[in-house]
Design a protein around this ligand. Structure first.
Ligand SMILES: [Zn+2]
Ligand SMILES: [Zn+2]
Length: 463
Protein backbone atom coordinates (compact mmCIF):
# COMPACT_ATOMS: atom_id res chain seq x y z
CA UNK A 1 0.00 0.00 0.00
CA UNK A 2 2.80 2.33 0.84
CA UNK A 3 4.51 1.38 -2.34
CA UNK A 4 1.41 2.16 -4.31
CA UNK A 5 1.19 5.50 -2.64
CA UNK A 6 4.71 6.29 -3.60
CA UNK A 7 4.23 5.39 -7.24
CA UNK A 8 1.19 7.57 -7.22
CA UNK A 9 3.24 10.36 -5.81
CA UNK A 10 5.85 10.09 -8.54
CA UNK A 11 3.27 9.89 -11.28
CA UNK A 12 1.57 12.89 -9.84
CA UNK A 13 4.82 14.80 -9.81
CA UNK A 14 5.52 14.02 -13.41
CA UNK A 15 2.10 14.47 -14.84
CA UNK A 16 1.25 17.71 -13.12
CA UNK A 17 3.96 20.28 -13.28
CA UNK A 18 3.74 22.99 -10.69
CA UNK A 19 1.05 25.35 -11.77
CA UNK A 20 0.31 27.39 -8.78
CA UNK A 21 1.47 30.97 -8.88
CA UNK A 22 1.87 31.57 -5.21
CA UNK A 23 3.83 34.53 -4.07
CA UNK A 24 7.54 34.31 -4.33
CA UNK A 25 7.40 31.43 -6.70
CA UNK A 26 4.74 29.15 -5.45
CA UNK A 27 4.98 25.81 -7.07
CA UNK A 28 3.07 23.87 -4.43
CA UNK A 29 2.26 20.54 -6.03
CA UNK A 30 -0.49 19.94 -3.56
CA UNK A 31 -1.04 20.82 0.01
CA UNK A 32 -1.43 18.54 2.94
CA UNK A 33 -5.17 18.49 2.82
CA UNK A 34 -5.76 20.74 -0.08
CA UNK A 35 -9.22 20.85 -1.46
CA UNK A 36 -10.30 22.79 -4.44
CA UNK A 37 -13.61 24.06 -5.64
CA UNK A 38 -15.07 22.00 -8.42
CA UNK A 39 -13.93 22.98 -11.85
CA UNK A 40 -10.53 24.15 -10.77
CA UNK A 41 -8.91 20.94 -9.63
CA UNK A 42 -5.32 20.14 -10.38
CA UNK A 43 -6.24 17.82 -13.17
CA UNK A 44 -8.59 20.16 -14.94
CA UNK A 45 -6.27 23.11 -14.70
CA UNK A 46 -3.34 20.94 -15.65
CA UNK A 47 -5.25 19.77 -18.63
CA UNK A 48 -6.19 23.20 -19.81
CA UNK A 49 -2.63 24.27 -19.36
CA UNK A 50 -1.15 21.54 -21.44
CA UNK A 51 -3.77 21.24 -24.13
CA UNK A 52 -3.41 24.66 -25.64
CA UNK A 53 0.11 24.55 -26.89
CA UNK A 54 0.32 26.73 -29.94
CA UNK A 55 0.77 24.77 -33.09
CA UNK A 56 1.17 21.31 -31.65
CA UNK A 57 -2.24 20.32 -30.42
CA UNK A 58 -1.84 16.56 -30.56
CA UNK A 59 1.62 16.45 -29.16
CA UNK A 60 0.54 15.80 -25.60
CA UNK A 61 -0.61 12.20 -26.11
CA UNK A 62 1.91 9.82 -24.55
CA UNK A 63 3.02 6.68 -26.33
CA UNK A 64 2.93 3.32 -24.48
CA UNK A 65 6.71 3.02 -24.83
CA UNK A 66 7.16 6.23 -22.88
CA UNK A 67 4.81 4.95 -20.17
CA UNK A 68 6.75 1.67 -19.88
CA UNK A 69 10.07 3.51 -19.65
CA UNK A 70 8.55 5.76 -17.07
CA UNK A 71 7.32 2.86 -14.93
CA UNK A 72 10.77 1.25 -15.09
CA UNK A 73 12.31 4.55 -13.93
CA UNK A 74 9.80 4.70 -11.08
CA UNK A 75 10.71 1.19 -9.93
CA UNK A 76 14.44 1.98 -10.03
CA UNK A 77 13.93 5.26 -8.18
CA UNK A 78 11.72 3.53 -5.62
CA UNK A 79 14.29 0.89 -4.73
CA UNK A 80 17.09 3.41 -4.74
CA UNK A 81 15.23 5.68 -2.36
CA UNK A 82 14.12 2.77 -0.19
CA UNK A 83 17.71 1.66 0.21
CA UNK A 84 19.06 5.13 0.79
CA UNK A 85 16.32 6.53 3.00
CA UNK A 86 14.60 3.60 4.69
CA UNK A 87 12.99 5.87 7.25
CA UNK A 88 11.08 7.61 4.51
CA UNK A 89 9.06 4.48 3.89
CA UNK A 90 7.82 4.19 7.41
CA UNK A 91 5.56 7.14 6.71
CA UNK A 92 4.21 8.93 3.77
CA UNK A 93 6.44 11.76 2.66
CA UNK A 94 4.16 14.34 4.16
CA UNK A 95 4.02 12.57 7.49
CA UNK A 96 7.76 12.39 7.52
CA UNK A 97 8.01 16.11 7.02
CA UNK A 98 5.39 16.55 9.69
CA UNK A 99 7.34 14.56 12.27
CA UNK A 100 10.33 16.71 11.58
CA UNK A 101 8.39 19.90 12.10
CA UNK A 102 6.76 18.54 15.23
CA UNK A 103 10.07 18.74 17.06
CA UNK A 104 9.42 22.45 17.11
CA UNK A 105 5.77 22.40 18.14
CA UNK A 106 6.43 23.93 21.52
CA UNK A 107 9.32 26.13 20.49
CA UNK A 108 8.31 29.75 20.92
CA UNK A 109 8.90 32.23 18.12
CA UNK A 110 12.40 33.65 18.46
CA UNK A 111 13.07 37.02 20.04
CA UNK A 112 11.99 39.82 17.70
CA UNK A 113 9.25 37.82 15.98
CA UNK A 114 5.68 37.35 17.11
CA UNK A 115 2.46 36.25 15.46
CA UNK A 116 1.24 39.79 15.02
CA UNK A 117 4.39 40.85 13.19
CA UNK A 118 4.42 37.73 11.00
CA UNK A 119 0.73 38.10 10.16
CA UNK A 120 1.34 41.71 9.21
CA UNK A 121 4.33 40.73 7.07
CA UNK A 122 2.40 37.93 5.38
CA UNK A 123 -0.51 40.17 4.47
CA UNK A 124 1.78 42.97 3.28
CA UNK A 125 3.59 40.51 1.02
CA UNK A 126 0.37 39.25 -0.51
CA UNK A 127 -0.70 42.85 -1.11
CA UNK A 128 2.65 43.84 -2.60
CA UNK A 129 2.64 40.78 -4.85
CA UNK A 130 -0.81 41.28 -6.23
CA UNK A 131 -0.31 45.04 -6.69
CA UNK A 132 3.09 44.31 -8.25
CA UNK A 133 4.57 47.00 -6.04
CA UNK A 134 7.30 46.04 -3.57
CA UNK A 135 7.88 49.43 -1.94
CA UNK A 136 6.21 48.56 1.39
CA UNK A 137 8.03 45.26 1.82
CA UNK A 138 11.45 46.06 0.38
CA UNK A 139 12.99 47.18 3.66
CA UNK A 140 12.64 43.80 5.37
CA UNK A 141 13.45 41.66 2.37
CA UNK A 142 16.85 40.33 1.27
CA UNK A 143 18.31 41.40 -2.06
CA UNK A 144 17.85 37.89 -3.47
CA UNK A 145 14.20 37.80 -2.43
CA UNK A 146 13.68 41.23 -3.96
CA UNK A 147 15.39 40.23 -7.21
CA UNK A 148 13.24 37.14 -7.43
CA UNK A 149 9.94 39.00 -7.02
CA UNK A 150 11.12 41.93 -9.13
CA UNK A 151 12.05 39.64 -12.03
CA UNK A 152 8.77 37.75 -11.78
CA UNK A 153 6.81 40.98 -11.77
CA UNK A 154 8.67 42.36 -14.77
CA UNK A 155 8.00 39.13 -16.72
CA UNK A 156 4.33 39.27 -15.70
CA UNK A 157 4.21 42.86 -16.95
CA UNK A 158 5.77 41.87 -20.26
CA UNK A 159 3.04 39.25 -20.66
CA UNK A 160 0.26 41.51 -19.25
CA UNK A 161 -0.36 39.08 -16.41
CA UNK A 162 -1.51 39.69 -12.88
CA UNK A 163 -2.16 37.53 -9.86
CA UNK A 164 -5.25 38.40 -7.82
CA UNK A 165 -5.42 37.02 -4.31
CA UNK A 166 -8.47 37.19 -2.12
CA UNK A 167 -10.04 35.56 0.95
CA UNK A 168 -6.64 35.15 2.55
CA UNK A 169 -6.98 33.35 5.85
CA UNK A 170 -3.95 32.41 7.92
CA UNK A 171 -4.75 29.23 9.88
CA UNK A 172 -1.50 28.78 11.74
CA UNK A 173 1.98 30.22 12.26
CA UNK A 174 4.76 28.35 14.02
CA UNK A 175 8.48 27.67 14.13
CA UNK A 176 9.63 24.86 11.85
CA UNK A 177 13.35 25.28 12.41
CA UNK A 178 15.84 27.43 14.29
CA UNK A 179 19.55 27.27 13.53
CA UNK A 180 22.82 29.09 14.04
CA UNK A 181 24.57 30.12 10.83
CA UNK A 182 28.02 31.53 11.59
CA UNK A 183 27.25 34.92 13.22
CA UNK A 184 23.52 34.75 12.44
CA UNK A 185 20.30 33.16 13.66
CA UNK A 186 18.10 31.67 10.98
CA UNK A 187 14.52 30.51 11.45
CA UNK A 188 11.98 28.85 9.20
CA UNK A 189 8.42 29.85 9.99
CA UNK A 190 5.59 27.61 8.86
CA UNK A 191 2.46 29.37 7.59
CA UNK A 192 -0.71 27.42 6.94
CA UNK A 193 -3.24 29.45 5.03
CA UNK A 194 -6.08 29.48 2.52
CA UNK A 195 -6.48 31.78 -0.42
CA UNK A 196 -8.45 32.36 -3.60
CA UNK A 197 -5.82 32.68 -6.28
CA UNK A 198 -6.59 33.99 -9.76
CA UNK A 199 -3.92 34.27 -12.37
CA UNK A 200 -5.05 36.53 -15.16
CA UNK A 201 -3.57 37.51 -18.49
CA UNK A 202 -5.48 40.04 -20.54
CA UNK A 203 -3.73 39.37 -23.81
CA UNK A 204 -3.49 35.61 -23.48
CA UNK A 205 -6.47 34.39 -21.45
CA UNK A 206 -5.59 30.76 -22.07
CA UNK A 207 -2.96 31.16 -19.34
CA UNK A 208 -5.63 32.12 -16.84
CA UNK A 209 -6.04 30.04 -13.71
CA UNK A 210 -8.39 30.23 -10.78
CA UNK A 211 -7.83 28.23 -7.60
CA UNK A 212 -9.53 28.15 -4.26
CA UNK A 213 -6.91 26.55 -2.05
CA UNK A 214 -7.07 25.51 1.56
CA UNK A 215 -4.38 24.53 4.02
CA UNK A 216 -1.48 25.63 1.90
CA UNK A 217 1.80 25.15 3.76
CA UNK A 218 4.63 27.53 3.09
CA UNK A 219 7.93 28.21 4.88
CA UNK A 220 9.43 31.64 5.30
CA UNK A 221 13.15 31.74 6.09
CA UNK A 222 14.28 34.76 8.06
CA UNK A 223 17.74 35.76 9.22
CA UNK A 224 19.00 38.07 11.94
CA UNK A 225 22.42 38.81 13.37
CA UNK A 226 23.02 37.12 16.71
CA UNK A 227 22.59 39.09 19.91
CA UNK A 228 21.00 42.19 18.46
CA UNK A 229 17.74 43.83 19.35
CA UNK A 230 15.19 44.14 16.55
CA UNK A 231 14.52 47.72 15.51
CA UNK A 232 11.20 46.99 13.73
CA UNK A 233 11.65 47.38 10.01
CA UNK A 234 8.11 46.13 9.52
CA UNK A 235 5.66 48.67 10.84
CA UNK A 236 8.01 51.66 11.05
CA UNK A 237 8.88 53.65 7.96
CA UNK A 238 11.93 55.23 9.52
CA UNK A 239 15.56 54.37 8.94
CA UNK A 240 16.70 51.94 11.67
CA UNK A 241 20.02 53.77 11.84
CA UNK A 242 19.37 57.54 11.60
CA UNK A 243 15.60 57.68 12.10
CA UNK A 244 14.84 59.66 8.93
CA UNK A 245 11.76 58.74 6.93
CA UNK A 246 12.69 56.18 4.28
CA UNK A 247 11.99 57.01 0.67
CA UNK A 248 9.53 54.93 -1.35
CA UNK A 249 11.97 54.06 -4.06
CA UNK A 250 14.27 51.53 -2.42
CA UNK A 251 15.03 49.27 -5.36
CA UNK A 252 17.84 46.83 -6.00
CA UNK A 253 19.91 48.71 -3.44
CA UNK A 254 18.03 49.52 -0.24
CA UNK A 255 20.24 52.25 1.21
CA UNK A 256 18.84 55.05 3.35
CA UNK A 257 19.23 58.28 1.40
CA UNK A 258 20.12 60.22 4.55
CA UNK A 259 22.76 58.11 6.30
CA UNK A 260 23.58 55.54 3.64
CA UNK A 261 23.00 52.44 5.76
CA UNK A 262 21.73 49.28 4.07
CA UNK A 263 18.24 49.15 5.53
CA UNK A 264 17.41 45.51 4.77
CA UNK A 265 20.14 44.50 7.11
CA UNK A 266 20.00 41.50 9.42
CA UNK A 267 21.74 43.62 12.05
CA UNK A 268 18.49 45.64 12.39
CA UNK A 269 15.70 43.10 12.29
CA UNK A 270 14.66 39.71 10.91
CA UNK A 271 15.08 39.80 7.12
CA UNK A 272 12.96 37.58 4.88
CA UNK A 273 15.21 35.74 2.47
CA UNK A 274 13.33 32.74 1.17
CA UNK A 275 9.82 31.38 0.69
CA UNK A 276 9.66 27.64 0.16
CA UNK A 277 6.63 25.49 -0.60
CA UNK A 278 5.96 22.41 1.50
CA UNK A 279 7.18 19.93 -1.12
CA UNK A 280 10.54 21.62 -1.51
CA UNK A 281 11.13 22.27 2.16
CA UNK A 282 13.96 20.34 3.78
CA UNK A 283 14.73 22.29 6.93
CA UNK A 284 18.21 22.48 8.34
CA UNK A 285 21.25 22.39 6.04
CA UNK A 286 23.77 19.61 6.58
CA UNK A 287 26.65 21.89 5.77
CA UNK A 288 26.01 23.78 9.01
CA UNK A 289 26.95 20.63 10.93
CA UNK A 290 30.25 20.30 9.05
CA UNK A 291 33.03 21.65 11.28
CA UNK A 292 35.58 21.73 8.44
CA UNK A 293 33.25 23.90 6.45
CA UNK A 294 32.48 26.23 9.34
CA UNK A 295 36.15 26.63 10.18
CA UNK A 296 36.69 28.18 6.74
CA UNK A 297 34.63 31.18 7.77
CA UNK A 298 35.53 31.83 11.38
CA UNK A 299 37.44 34.95 10.26
CA UNK A 300 34.42 36.33 8.38
CA UNK A 301 31.61 37.32 10.70
CA UNK A 302 29.49 38.51 7.77
CA UNK A 303 29.42 35.06 6.20
CA UNK A 304 26.29 32.92 6.48
CA UNK A 305 25.11 30.00 4.36
CA UNK A 306 21.71 31.64 4.17
CA UNK A 307 23.25 34.83 2.82
CA UNK A 308 25.22 32.87 0.22
CA UNK A 309 22.09 31.12 -0.95
CA UNK A 310 20.54 34.53 -1.24
CA UNK A 311 23.41 35.74 -3.41
CA UNK A 312 23.11 32.60 -5.56
CA UNK A 313 19.37 33.18 -5.92
CA UNK A 314 20.00 36.82 -6.84
CA UNK A 315 22.56 35.86 -9.48
CA UNK A 316 20.31 33.15 -10.85
CA UNK A 317 17.41 35.53 -11.35
CA UNK A 318 19.65 38.11 -13.00
CA UNK A 319 20.97 35.44 -15.37
CA UNK A 320 17.46 34.31 -16.25
CA UNK A 321 16.45 37.93 -16.86
CA UNK A 322 19.41 38.34 -19.22
CA UNK A 323 18.55 35.08 -20.99
CA UNK A 324 15.03 36.34 -21.64
CA UNK A 325 16.00 39.69 -23.13
CA UNK A 326 17.81 41.63 -20.37
CA UNK A 327 21.05 43.53 -20.92
CA UNK A 328 24.24 41.49 -20.84
CA UNK A 329 26.24 44.05 -18.87
CA UNK A 330 24.68 42.88 -15.58
CA UNK A 331 26.62 39.66 -15.88
CA UNK A 332 30.14 41.05 -16.00
CA UNK A 333 29.65 42.45 -12.51
CA UNK A 334 29.91 38.95 -11.01
CA UNK A 335 31.09 36.42 -13.64
CA UNK A 336 34.61 35.45 -14.52
CA UNK A 337 35.53 35.63 -18.21
CA UNK A 338 34.90 32.00 -19.14
CA UNK A 339 31.54 31.87 -17.44
CA UNK A 340 30.57 35.18 -19.00
CA UNK A 341 31.22 34.03 -22.56
CA UNK A 342 29.41 30.79 -21.82
CA UNK A 343 26.39 32.73 -20.47
CA UNK A 344 26.37 34.97 -23.55
CA UNK A 345 26.23 31.98 -25.86
CA UNK A 346 23.35 30.48 -23.86
CA UNK A 347 21.56 33.83 -24.10
CA UNK A 348 22.00 33.87 -27.86
CA UNK A 349 20.54 30.38 -28.12
CA UNK A 350 17.36 31.55 -26.35
CA UNK A 351 16.75 34.18 -29.03
CA UNK A 352 13.54 35.95 -28.05
CA UNK A 353 12.35 33.43 -25.45
CA UNK A 354 10.58 34.75 -22.36
CA UNK A 355 10.32 32.60 -19.24
CA UNK A 356 6.66 32.57 -18.37
CA UNK A 357 5.80 32.02 -14.69
CA UNK A 358 9.43 31.68 -13.69
CA UNK A 359 9.98 30.81 -10.04
CA UNK A 360 12.66 29.11 -8.04
CA UNK A 361 11.58 26.14 -5.94
CA UNK A 362 14.78 26.16 -3.93
CA UNK A 363 18.36 27.36 -3.95
CA UNK A 364 20.64 25.30 -1.77
CA UNK A 365 24.33 25.12 -0.97
CA UNK A 366 24.88 21.56 -2.09
CA UNK A 367 28.62 21.05 -1.79
CA UNK A 368 31.90 22.88 -1.37
CA UNK A 369 35.57 22.33 -2.04
CA UNK A 370 38.84 24.03 -1.27
CA UNK A 371 41.64 24.03 -3.79
CA UNK A 372 44.78 25.91 -2.91
CA UNK A 373 43.70 29.34 -1.83
CA UNK A 374 40.22 29.19 -3.38
CA UNK A 375 36.92 28.11 -1.78
CA UNK A 376 34.29 26.90 -4.23
CA UNK A 377 30.67 26.88 -3.06
CA UNK A 378 28.43 24.74 -5.24
CA UNK A 379 24.75 25.55 -5.40
CA UNK A 380 21.84 23.58 -6.73
CA UNK A 381 18.85 25.52 -7.98
CA UNK A 382 15.46 24.21 -8.95
CA UNK A 383 13.32 26.50 -11.06
CA UNK A 384 10.01 26.09 -12.85
CA UNK A 385 8.93 27.98 -15.93
CA UNK A 386 7.56 27.60 -19.42
CA UNK A 387 9.10 29.19 -22.48
CA UNK A 388 7.02 31.53 -24.59
CA UNK A 389 7.60 33.96 -27.45
CA UNK A 390 5.86 37.21 -28.17
CA UNK A 391 4.82 37.76 -31.77
CA UNK A 392 2.11 39.94 -33.32
CA UNK A 393 0.50 40.72 -29.97
CA UNK A 394 0.04 37.08 -29.08
CA UNK A 395 2.05 34.75 -26.92
CA UNK A 396 3.26 31.58 -28.53
CA UNK A 397 3.99 28.79 -26.15
CA UNK A 398 7.30 27.14 -26.94
CA UNK A 399 7.07 24.48 -24.26
CA UNK A 400 5.13 23.51 -21.16
CA UNK A 401 5.76 24.47 -17.56
CA UNK A 402 8.70 22.36 -16.45
CA UNK A 403 10.99 22.11 -13.47
CA UNK A 404 14.69 22.34 -14.30
CA UNK A 405 17.80 22.03 -12.19
CA UNK A 406 20.75 24.37 -12.47
CA UNK A 407 24.16 24.32 -10.85
CA UNK A 408 26.39 27.25 -10.11
CA UNK A 409 29.71 27.72 -8.37
CA UNK A 410 30.76 30.83 -6.50
CA UNK A 411 34.45 31.14 -5.66
CA UNK A 412 36.45 33.34 -3.35
CA UNK A 413 39.88 33.47 -1.77
CA UNK A 414 40.06 31.67 1.57
CA UNK A 415 41.15 34.72 3.54
CA UNK A 416 38.92 37.26 1.76
CA UNK A 417 36.73 39.54 3.83
CA UNK A 418 34.55 42.26 2.36
CA UNK A 419 35.77 45.61 3.69
CA UNK A 420 32.18 46.84 4.05
CA UNK A 421 28.63 45.67 3.56
CA UNK A 422 27.44 46.04 0.01
CA UNK A 423 24.49 45.07 -2.11
CA UNK A 424 25.97 42.16 -4.06
CA UNK A 425 26.35 42.72 -7.82
CA UNK A 426 25.08 46.30 -7.53
CA UNK A 427 27.86 48.01 -5.59
CA UNK A 428 31.64 48.06 -5.74
CA UNK A 429 33.12 45.47 -3.30
CA UNK A 430 35.93 47.89 -2.49
CA UNK A 431 34.24 51.27 -1.96
CA UNK A 432 30.48 50.47 -2.13
CA UNK A 433 29.89 52.97 -4.95
CA UNK A 434 26.85 51.88 -6.95
CA UNK A 435 27.59 50.48 -10.39
CA UNK A 436 26.59 53.01 -12.98
CA UNK A 437 25.59 51.95 -16.47
CA UNK A 438 29.15 51.32 -17.39
CA UNK A 439 30.69 48.75 -19.65
CA UNK A 440 33.96 49.11 -17.78
CA UNK A 441 35.21 46.20 -15.72
CA UNK A 442 36.47 48.56 -13.02
CA UNK A 443 34.72 50.81 -10.51
CA UNK A 444 34.63 54.34 -11.88
CA UNK A 445 35.15 55.75 -8.37
CA UNK A 446 38.03 53.75 -6.92
CA UNK A 447 39.29 51.82 -9.93
CA UNK A 448 38.95 48.38 -8.29
CA UNK A 449 37.91 45.53 -10.58
CA UNK A 450 34.30 44.40 -10.15
CA UNK A 451 35.21 40.75 -10.33
CA UNK A 452 37.86 39.95 -7.78
CA UNK A 453 38.09 36.71 -5.82
CA UNK A 454 40.34 38.32 -3.25
CA UNK A 455 37.41 40.53 -2.18
CA UNK A 456 34.14 38.94 -3.08
CA UNK A 457 32.39 35.89 -4.51
CA UNK A 458 32.75 35.34 -8.25
CA UNK A 459 30.57 33.19 -10.48
CA UNK A 460 32.95 30.60 -11.91
CA UNK A 461 30.54 27.98 -13.21
CA UNK A 462 26.93 27.81 -14.43
CA UNK A 463 25.03 24.98 -16.08
ZN1 LIG B 1 19.40 56.48 7.68
ZN1 LIG C 1 34.85 51.32 -5.97
Amino acid sequence: MKRKYYFGFLLFLYSLPNLYARLGGGGGRSSRSSSRSSGSSWSSSGHSYSSHSSGGGGSSSISPVVIIIFIVICIVVYFYLKKKFPSMFGNTLTDNNQNFVDEYTDVPLPDGLDKKKLTFAFREMQKAWQNKDLKNVRKWMSDGMYQRLHTQISIMNTLSQRNELSNLRIENIRVADLRKDNGYDVTDIEFIFSVRDKFISEIYPKFNEDYDEENIVEYWTLIRKQNVESKDLYTSNNCPNCGDVLSDDLGEISRCSSCGTLVNNAAYDWILCEITQEDDYEGEQDVLLDQNFLSLFTHDKEFAVQKMEDIASNIFMQIMEVFSGGKIDKLDKFSDENTLSQLISIKNSYNGIIFNRLYTNFVTLDDYSVEGNIIDLKFKISATYSEVKLANNTIQKVNELETQEFYMTLSRNKDAVLPLEISYSHECPNCAAPYDDTTLDKCSYCGSPFVDKSKNWVLTHFE
